[in-house]
Unconditional design. Structure first.
Length: 329
């Protein structure tokens, strides 16, 4: 399996079918433009030379959709969307054409603050854009080398045809209900982690591990916590030997459905984080997956091969209450 390249989408920019139902939004739409080469940059013109400047121009307590159109190029920025700025749609020129890049690590101000891009506001969308943390790939066991590309902590966030690039801890899926569609996510160790409630659909999960690594580290810490990572019709590819998930939380929950798994997926499939008691409390499963790494016969005894009935709650966006806020494509 190879990475699916995305063509320049300038001629195929979607309409309302990409926009979640805006709970509380007033239906109005405002457009801002980010163009690094612009000589007319100002809040008056609605054209900005940096992405953060455009975000800063969105009023606190915003209640209508603001579409920030970001031109092609590499934007060397560390960006934050604060909690009080909801209803922002960030749209690039294609994930191979528009990139936000930075290179902080946890050694500076901790894992969360290493993120190149942080979204704390609810009702956030990103389309056709890539996020990179360019910090060097750490060796196994390295301390304070986490380097997050994206941190998502707002509720009702969606990413379409985006790229996420890093090594250790690429995507900090911190909390909230999130939807990822047709995305490319690359990393080595625990490169999708957090305790959010998320659905990943038709995404490529690409490992760049030198020796061993893990796709997920889901941190559900209580049986009453309704969170987990669900992967539908995805692909797991890459190098090194890779676990499908490690039990960061005692009640970690991860399920893969209709997903291709390459030979780099270890036969055991899952890792208990070195805490044997978690084998009795985590929920790890797969359903009708395929490929050389998908053989359930070698899986750890405490993982599940789901029946049709067991898989049903995970097969649609209902897992993230998507019918309330998300329009399916």
């Amino acid at each position: 399996m190879t990475r699916r390249s995305k063509i320049h989408p300038a001629e195929q920019q979607g309409g309302d079918d990409f926009i979640p139902r805006a709970i509380g939004g007033d239906g109005l739409v405002k457009f801002l433009v980010v163009d690094q080469s612009s000589l007319l940059s100002s809040q008056t013109t609605g054209v900005f030379r940096s992405i953060q400047a455009a975000i800063d121009a969105v009023p606190v307590g915003n209640q209508h959709w603001v579409i920030i159109q970001v031109g092609a190029g590499v934007y060397q920025e560390k960006i934050t969307i604060p909690y009080m700025k909801p209803y922002i749609l960030l749209q690039g020129a294609g994930r191979d054409f528009t990139t936000i890049s930075w290179s902080d690590t946890a050694s500076t101000f901790g894992t969360a603050n290493s993120a190149t891009f942080s979204a704390f506001a609810p009702n956030f969308i990103a389309k056709y854009i890539s996020f990179r943390n360019n910090a060097p790939r750490p060796p196994p066991g390295a301390f304070n080398r986490q380097a997050v590309a994206v941190l998502v902590a707002g509720d009702m966030a969606a990413f379409y045809s985006c790229g996420f690039y890093g090594a250790q801890d690429t995507l900090f899926d911190y909390e909230g209900r999130h939807y990822f569609r047709d995305c490319y996510i690359e990393g080595s160790i625990d490169f999708i982690f957090g305790h959010a409630k998320s659905v990943f659909k038709a995404c490529e999960l690409h490992a760049i591990a030198d020796s061993f690594g893990s796709v997920t580290a889901q941190n559900r810490g209580d049986p009453r916590e309704n969170s987990g990572f669900i992967f539908i019709a995805c692909t797991v590819t890459g190098s090194g030997t890779i676990f499908l998930g490690r039990a960061w939380g005692a009640y970690s929950r991860v399920v893969y459905l209709f997903t291709y798994m390459d030979s780099n997926v270890v036969s055991e499939g899952w890792n208990d984080w070195g805490v044997a008691s978690r084998q009795e409390t985590v929920y790890y499963g797969q359903y009708k997956c395929f490929g050389p790494g998908a053989n359930e016969l070698g899986r750890v005894r405490w993982s599940h091969e789901l029946t049709d009935e067991e898989a049903r709650p995970f097969l649609q966006v209902n897992f993230i209450d998507g019918v309330q806020w998300l329009r399916e494509l």
